[in-house]
Design a protein around this ligand. Structure first.
Ligand code: F6P
Length: 308
């Protein structure tokens, strides 16, 4: 997100537009927590995780009264265009602001879940998967040494992209994603076959929002008929949300932050900028919550074919 903030501030500056930062997300708009954000103010943030502006969920912003207060502060500060970086909730909020006031809004897809349509990848996804993989590689070492079965829970309350990519890149035997119903006997059979075929250890990656429950619940159910297999569970949790952003995220954030400013300069409103097949594109903001790119069956198939 910091790469995107930096790009927005610097691209605006380069275009002769005065950038202003909003602290703490929509809550900061309601509290009038704005600050000048010139090119120098965003120095030294490109390589840092999180967001230097802060963020937060704002129940008040869900009310008309809260949004009217935000609009009033934007008007007082003579802000003409707003770049909102976030997931579908943030983009919905941005849409409402634009409809209820005179401000033009452009969204930048920022969520580790990669669950927004209109971009191949969302900001943070690559870093989150790489961070999870570091842990998965370590777990694989201990799994291999002890000949164990590991169930590893990764983030994704409603989306299995992190799980799928961790499974593919981490050499898992099986991945569980919320988008496909989980068949516990099938997972068990898969693990048994893998061991029977000579695998000495197995990794099963579980998205936190899987329909069969948490990694602990899945593990208990899978292992209840696997008497001779020693298993352990690891939940990676919020470590996936922090840390140094990957090269891909820094470049994507830079491209999308810049594209958001250009969209506003072109007079665009209620669009999201994203990257599709290497090209930066604009899509209607509402696509972010009305459409969701499905987890590709081909990648689930690839997972199956390679897990042996
Ligand atoms: O939406 C991104 C996400 O990281 C989900 O994958 C996860 O379930 C959720 O946020 C965690 O949110 P919180 O930090 O509020 O627990």
């Amino acid at each position: 997100m910091n790469a995107a903030i930096r790009a927005v501030a610097r691209s605006a500056d380069a275009a002769g537009v005065e950038p202003v930062g909003v602290r703490s997300g929509f809550a900061g708009l309601i509290d009038n927590d704005l600050e000048p954000l010139d090119a120098r103010a965003v120095s030294g943030i490109l390589h840092t995780g999180g967001t230097v502006l802060g963020t937060g969920r704002s129940p008040l912003f869900r009310t008309t009264e809260g949004r009217q207060s935000a609009i009033k502060h934007l008007d007082l500060a003579e802000v003409d265009g707003l770049v909102v970086i976030g997931g579908d909730g943030s983009l919905r909020g941005a849409d409402a602001l634009s409809r209820e006031g005179r401000i033009k809004v452009v969204g930048v897809p920022g969520t580790i879940d990669n669950d927004l349509s209109g971009t191949d990848f969302t900001l943070g996804f690559d870093t989150a998967v790489n961070t999870a993989l570091e842990s998965i590689d370590r777990l694989r070492d201990t799994a291999a040494s002890h000949g164990r079965l590991f169930f590893i829970e990764v983030m994704g309350r409603a989306s299995g992209w992190i799980s799928l990519y961790c499974g593919l890149a981490g050499g898992a035997t099986h991945v569980l994603v919320p988008e496909y119903p989980t068949d516990i006997p099938r997972v068990r059979e898969h693990v048994q076959t893998a061991f029977a075929m000579g695998k000495t250890f197995c990794l099963v990656v579980v998205a936190e929002g899987d329909d069969a429950g948490s990694a602990y619940e899945v593990a208990e159910r899978v292992a209840e008929r696997l008497d001779d297999i020693d298993y352990r569970v690891a939940t990676l949790g919020h470590v996936q949300r922090g840390g140094r952003p990957s090269m891909r995220d820094r470049v994507l954030g830079s491209q999308l932050g810049d594209a958001a400013v250009r969209a506003l300069l072109d007079g665009a409103d209620r669009v999201m900028v994203g990257e599709h097949c290497g090209r930066v594109e604009r899509t209607p903001l509402s696509r972010a919550w009305t459409e969701q790119d499905p987890i590709p069956e081909e990648l689930m198939g690839l997972m199956d074919r390679l897990a042996r």
